[in-house]
Write a protein that binds this ligand. Structure first.
Ligand code: GCU
Length: 622
C-alpha cells in the first residue's frame, strides 16, 4: 500500500510536468504564500535583541495532559500582564510569566545561551515586546529568517501561523493582529526531531534549537512586490519575473533597472506576474570568483519598489567539464557548517562572523568555492559569497536516513527546496543544488531523491544538480576498485562522492595514491568530502591519528590520489573548522567537537591548512 502511495505521489509529481522554468503547476503549489524576497531593501523593524524565554519541556503551553487545549494558566502566548493580574488577587493563577522570565540574545541558539539549556531538546517559548505604528493602507508582516525546528507564532494572543524546517525563511501577515503602540510577540520553538522530520535526529552536528536568524517586522503598500528575480541565460538574454500580491496586482506596469546599464518594463497578468526578457547589455560584466561584479537592480511599480544586488553569470556542464561563463573551472573549495568561530557558538551568523569564515576560504586557502553543508545557510552568508566571489553548493538536510516511503516527508523536502530556491535564486554564487548527503541506496530512497532532482530543476533550470554519494569498493581482478554504484547518478549533472579512505577503515596513508577508481567519463566529479580529525596543538611525529601531522599527511596523500582522477573538477574537503557534535566524545581529542577542521573552533590553523592552501595556490596558477 505504502509503495502505491509513494508511486501515486511521484506520478502526481511527474505528471504535473517539470519542464518549464519558474512557477509551473507542480511547484507553484510548493511556493510559499508569501516570500518578501529582497526584503532587506525594505523599511523594516529588526526585532533582534533581548527576548525573554520560558522552557516548556512537557509542552503544557500547547496542549493539556489529555491532548486537549492547554490550560489557560499555562498558555504562554496569552496577551496578559500577569504581575498586574496577580496584584489584583482572585482565583486565577499562572504557571508562567514571560514578562518576568530570563532573557537571551536573539538571534542565536538557546544551547549556547545558558548552561541549563546546553543540551535542552524540546519546546521553549520566547517573547519580544515591541512598539509599532499602524499606517492606514499599509500591510504588516513578520519575516523569520530561520527557526529550528518548528515555530508557533502568536501576536497579541492571536495565533498567526506555524512553520516546520530549521533553515529556511517564512513570512506571516500580521496586518490585523498588529496594534499601534505596544505589541507582544510570542514564539513557541520546538527543536524536537523525529523519524519524519528533515533531518531526522541522527546527524553529526549540534542541536542549535531556537530563533537562530533575524526576525523583522516589515510593512508594505496594500499591493506590493512579493518576489523579483533576474538572471542571465545561456542564450545571452537576461530574463526574470516580478510577482505582485494585493488587490491591484493585475495590470500593473513593472520597471526593472540594472545599474545604469539597462531598463525594461512589463505589465503584470491577471495573476499579478510580469515577465521580463532583454538582451544582455554589451557592457555587462559577468560575475565570477575573480571578478564578483554585482549590479544594483531596482524593481519598481507605481506604488512599491525593492532593490537587490545581483551578479550575472552562467553555469553549465559540457561533457565532464564545469563551465562558468562558458569557460572550464576547477572548484577549489571546502565544506562549512553554519557555526561561527568561538568556543561556545550559537549559530548566530552575523556578517562579521560569516566574513571571518569565508575570508579564510577565499584568502587563506586560495579557494573559489564553498560547500554550505548540510542545510541552507543564512542569507547573510550567501550575500557575502556573492560579494567576495565564492561559488556555492547549497543543500537541504536530506541526510543519512530519512523516511523515504512517506509521501508527507517527501512533501516536506520539496517545500524545503522551494523555500531555499525562492530565497536564493538571485544569488550568483549559488551554482549547485544538492539533493542528498550519504543516503544508503534503495529503490524508495532513489525515487525520493529523483523527485527532489526534478523538483529543483523545475524550480530553477539555471543551476546544476548534484548529491554527495557514497562509494562502493570491491575487488576487480584482485585489485581494490572504488566506484559509484548508485542509480541516482543518472539524475545528476555533477557527480559528487564523500571518501574517507585513510581515516575510516584500514587503508594506510601510503596506499591512498594507489587506490584505483572506476568513474563515468561523461560527467564532472567533485570530491564533496574527505577529511581526518586532528586536535590543534597535538603534535607528534609518530603519525598517530588525531595528530596534526597525521591530518597533514592524510591531505598530502589524498590530494595525490585526487590528482589521478581524470574527471575531477572540484574539492570540498571536510571541513574548514572544528564543529560541535554530540557524536564525538573522546575525552582527550574531541569532548563534543568533530575535529576534522583545518582550523580549531577558535580559528587556529592546523598544519593541514597549509597543505591545502599550497595545493590550491598551485591549482589556481595552472
Ligand atoms: C560524513 C558526513 C558529515 C560528517 C563526516 C564525519 O561524511 O557527511 O556530516 O561530519 O562524515 O564523519 O566527520
Amino acid at each position: 500500500m505504502k509503495k502505491l502511495l509513494i508511486a501515486l505521489c511521484l506520478v502526481l509529481y511527474f505528471g504535473a510536468g517539470t519542464a518549464a522554468a519558474g512557477d509551473t503547476a507542480a511547484n507553484a503549489e510548493l511556493r510559499p504564500a508569501l516570500l518578501l524576497t529582497a526584503s532587506q531593501s525594505r523599511d523594516s523593524q529588526d526585532l533582534s535583541g533581548q527576548w525573554t524565554y520560558s522552557k516548556d519541556l512537557y509542552r503544557t503551553g500547547l496542549n493539556d495532559i489529555n491532548g486537549w487545549v492547554a490550560k489557560s494558566r499555562m498558555q504562554r502566548y496569552r496577551d496578559i500582564d500577569i504581575a498586574a493580574a496577580e496584584a489584583k488577587g482572585g482565583v486565577e493563577f499562572f504557571e508562567f510569566d514571560l514578562d518576568r522570565s530570563a532573557q537571551m540574545n536573539i538571534p542565536g541558539a538557546w544551547n549556547a545561551a545558558a548552561p541549563t539549556l546546553r543540551y535542552y531538546d524540546g519546546l521553549v517559548w520566547f517573547q519580544r515586546k515591541f512598539n509599532a505604528r499602524k499606517e492606514p493602507g499599509k500591510r504588516a508582516f513578520l519575516r523569520f529568517e530561520a527557526v529550528n525546528y518548528r515555530a508557533y507564532v502568536y501576536l497579541n494572543g492571536k495565533e498567526i501561523g506555524r512553520h516546520e524546517g530549521g533553515f529556511t525563511p517564512f513570512v506571516l501577515e500580521v496586518t490585523d493582529a498588529l496594534r499601534a503602540g505596544d505589541n507582544r510577540l510570542t514564539v513557541g520553538v520546538d527543536s524536537t526531531h523525529d523519524a519524519q522530520t528533515i533531518p531526522t535526529p541522527i546527524t553529526d552536528w549540534d542541536l542549535y534549537g531556537g530563533i537562530t536568524r533575524p526576525v523583522r517586522l516589515i510593512t508594505t503598500p496594500a499591493t506590493f512586490i512579493d518576489d523579483a528575480t533576474l538572471s542571465l541565460g545561456q542564450d545571452g538574454r537576461i530574463t526574470g519575473a516580478v510577482q505582485l500580491q494585493g488587490a491591484q496586482a493585475a495590470g500593473q506596469v513593472v520597471k526593472v533597472a540594472i545599474g545604469d546599464l539597462a531598463t525594461a518594463s512589463a505589465t503584470t497578468d491577471a495573476n499579478g506576474r510580469a515577465v521580463f526578457a532583454l538582451a544582455a547589455p554589451g557592457k555587462l560584466q559577468r560575475w565570477s570568483p575573480d571578478s564578483p561584479t554585482l549590479y544594483d537592480v531596482r524593481f519598481t511599480t507605481s506604488g512599491d519598489a525593492v532593490r537587490d544586488r545581483i551578479g550575472f553569470r552562467t553555469i553549465a556542464v559540457r561533457g565532464n567539464e564545469i563551465l562558468l561563463n562558458g569557460k572550464p573551472i576547477f572548484l577549489r573549495g571546502i565544506s562549512l557548517h553554519e557555526e561561527e568561530f568561538g568556543s561556545n557558538p550559537a549559530r548566530n551568523m552575523t556578517e562579521q562572523a560569516a566574513r571571518a569564515l569565508l575570508g579564510e576560504i577565499k584568502h587563506g586557502l586560495n579557494g573559489n568555492y564553498v560547500r554550505l553543508s548540510h542545510y541552507p545557510h543564512s542569507e547573510t552568508t550567501l550575500r557575502l559569497a556573492d560579494e567576495m566571489g565564492l561559488l556555492v553548493w547549497s543543500e537541504i538536510p536530506v541526510y543519512w536516513t530519512v523516511d523515504w516511503e512517506n509521501p508527507a516527508v517527501l512533501h516536506k523536502a520539496l517545500v524545503m527546496q522551494a523555500e531555499t530556491v525562492y530565497r536564493d535564486r538571485n544569488r550568483a554564487s549559488v551554482v549547485m543544488w544538492s539533493v542528498g548527503n550519504e543516503t544508503p541506496v534503495s529503490p524508495a530512497r532513489t525515487a525520493f531523491h529523483g523527485a527532489m532532482a526534478d523538483n529543483v530543476r523545475a524550480l530553477d533550470p539555471t543551476r546544476l544538480v548534484s548529491a554527495a554519494l557514497l562509494v562502493e569498493r570491491h575487488k576487480v581482478n584482485g585489485e581494490d576498485v572504488t566506484e559509484i554504484q548508485d542509480p541516482l547518478a543518472d539524475k545528476l549533472d555533477v557527480l559528487a562522492v564523500n571518501t574517507y579512505a585513510g581515516w575510516y577503515g584500514a587503508d594506510t596513508l601510503a596506499a591512498l595514491p594507489n587506490l584505483k577508481w572506476k568513474l563515468p567519463t561523461d560527467r564532472p566529479l567533485i570530491l564533496s568530502e574527505f577529511g581526518a580529525d586532528a586536535l590543534a596543538g597535538y603534535r607528534n611525529d609518530s603519525m598517530k591519528k588525531f595528530t596534526e601531522e597525521y591530518q597533514a599527511e592524510y591531505y598530502r596523500q589524498t590530494l595525490a590520489m585526487a590528482e589521478q582522477l581524470p574527471t575531477l573538477r572540484g574539492l570540498s574537503p571536510w571541513i574548514l573548522k572544528d564543529f560541535q557534535s554530540p557524536r564525538r566524545e573522546h575525552p582527550v581529542f574531541q569532548n563534543g567537537w568533530n575535529r576534522k577542521g583545518l582550523m580549531s573552533e577558535t580559528g587556529v590553523r592546523k598544519q593541514a591548512f597549509g597543505v591545502l592552501a599550497d595545493y590550491y595556490r598551485s591549482k589556481a596558477a595552472r
